[in-house]
Write a protein that binds this ligand. Sequence first.
Ligand code: FAD
Length: 565
Amino acid sequence: MEYCQLLNNCISAVAPGITALPNMPKYLAAIVILLTLLLPACGRGPITSQADVIIVGAGIAGLAAALEAADKGAEVIVLDANSVGGGHAVKAGGLAMVDTALQRDKGIKDSPELATQELLAWGEDANPEWVKRYAEDSGTEVYDWLVKLGVEFKLILPTPESSIPRFHFTKGTAVHVVLPMLREALKQPNIRFLWSINADALLLAEDRVIGIQARNLRTGGTFQLYGGSIVLATGGFQSNIDLVTSHWREPRSSPGRLLIGSGQFANGSGYLLAAEAGAQLQRMDHQETFVNGIPDPRDATNTRGLTVTNRQAMLISEEGNRFVDEALPSKDIEKAVFAQVQQKFWMVFDTDGAKKLGVRGAAWLNTNSVRDEIINNPALIVTAANPEELAAKLGITHTSLLNSLQTYNTSARKLISNPPLYALQLHPLTRKSMGGPAINKNAQVLSTTGEVIPGLYAAGELTGVAGINGSYGGSGTFLGPSVYIGRIAGAAAAADSSFPTGELEVISTEKSALDLDGYWHYKVAHDVVYANQLDCDSCHKQTPMAEVASNQQLLTRLQTCLNCH
Ligand SMILES: Cc1cc2nc3c(=O)[nH]c(=O)nc-3n(C[C@H](O)[C@H](O)[C@H](O)COP(=O)(O)OP(=O)(O)OC[C@H]3O[C@@H](n4cnc5c(N)ncnc54)[C@H](O)[C@@H]3O)c2cc1C
C-alpha cells in the first residue's frame, strides 16, 4: 500500500518506532500524509498511528497486558515515559503466589482457601472477590505462566502474614522476573515499544476512549496514538507528595517529614488521566508507608529516602521511650509509629549493631559506602561515647534512655552495650499505592456512577492492585497481582478493540502533562558507570552507543540491565 509506505517514511522521520498499520483507515492516513507533506522534510508535527491495543506503561503490569493482548492476535503499542522497561519490578523482590509447583516440590502444603483467609486477615479490609480470585488462580495464571516465559523461581520465604511460606524469589531480585517478560515482548512482531513517550491526555470519541495524546520527552514533539482500546498501567503515585498527603489516611498522625521512596515515574499521571475520563478513584488513602526511612545522602533534592533495617537496634520515641517491640511485624511497628503525635523517632545501636545496619538497594551492598556515607555522616547520625552523652545530644532525659536500654537488653539476644552509641533518626517513607481507579472483573475502568468507561482498562499498582492488599500490603502482593490483572486487562482489551468514527475530543488538563525528563535513566545509568569507574565496554561491547531504535537492538542490550540491577 503506497500511502502506508509514504506515511511510514514520514512518521519514522519524526517518531522513530511508530509505523502506520495497513488497516489504518484511509481517510486518517490521507489527513496525516497531507499534514506531513505540508511540513518541510516531514518535520515535527502531529503524527498519528494506531493499534488494536495501546498500553501506557511498560512495567510488569503493562508487559503482562502486552504479552496477553499480542497472544490473542492484537496489534499492540506499548509506550513508556521512561527510556527502559520493567518499571518498579527491577528494584523489587518477590511474589506471593498460592499452591505453586515449587511449593509442592518443597513439601509446602498451601491452598486457595487458606491463602484467602490469611490475606483478608492481614489486609483488614481487602476486596474479598479479588483476593479469592488471585488465591485460586495465581499458581497457574501467574506462577506457571512466568515459568513458561523462562522465569526461574528458586526460593520461598516465610512472612509474618502467612502460616506457610508463599513469598517466591528468583536467584536475585524481581529484575529476573521482568527481564524474561520484556525479552519475550521484544520478540513479538505485533508489539511495538515507544520509549521516552509520555501519555499526556486521553482522546475520546462518542464517549469511548480511543487514544492517547502523546509527547516525546526527548524532543518535546507531540502526536496522537489511536487504539481500539487503551490499557493504563502507569503504576502508583507514591512519588507525588501532594497526591500522597492529600489522601493521607485518618486517623494517622501526619508525618513531620515524609521521604519519597518510590520511583521517578510514579508521579500519579495515570490517576489524573483516569479521573479526567470520569473514573471512580477508590481507596486512595490506602497507602503503604514504610517507617524505616532515612534521607538518601546521594539525593541532591533532599526529598528522597532509603530504607534501613537493623536486627541489633532499638527504636525510641522523641521522649526517649522504647515504644514498640522491634521484633514485631512491620505492620505493628507502622501502627505504633503512626499512633504517636509526632513521628520523630530514632534507631539506636552500638558498634556491633553498626555492622548490622542494612540499607536497601544495589548501590548500598558495598559496606564501605554504608560506613562512609551513613554511619560516619553527622548529617544523618548522632554519635556518643555513652548513654549520658547520647541523651544530651538527642534532648531526652538520661533516665528515659537508660530505662529503654535496660528493657531492650533484658529481652534481646545481643545487648546494646559496646560504645560508641549511634542514633539514626528515622522518617516515614512513601512506597506503594493500594488504591486507584475502580475496575470490574475484566479490568475495565468504572466511572463515578459505576458504569464501564468504554475502551478504558487499568492494571497493576495503578489499580492499587484492585484491593487485594486492603489497608496493609503483604509481602509480594503487588508484583503477582500486577501480572495477574495485567493479563486479564490485555486479554479483555484485545477482545474489545473497535474504532468508532465521529468527533474527537481530547480530554486533557495540564496536570497530567507532568514535567519529566526523557534522559532520566540514561543519566542515572551513566552516573553509576562514572562513580564505579566502569569501562564503557561493560555495557557497549555488543550494543551500539547510539539510541536504541528497534526491538532487536533493545533485545541485545537487555543483558546490561544486570550490571546495575
Ligand atoms: C523498592 C521497591 C521494592 C518493592 N518490592 C516489592 C516486592 O518485593 N514484592 C512486590 O510484590 N512488590 C514490590 N514492590 C512494588 C512493586 O514493585 C510494584 O507495585 C509493581 O512493580 C508495579 O508494577 P506496575 O507495572 O503496575 O507499575 P510500574 O512498575 O510503576 O510501571 C509503570 C510504568 O508506567 C510508566 N508511566 C507512568 N506514567 C506514564 C505516562 N503518563 N505515560 C507513559 N508512561 C508512564 C512508568 O515510567 C513505568 O515504567 C516494590 C516497590 C519498590 C519501589
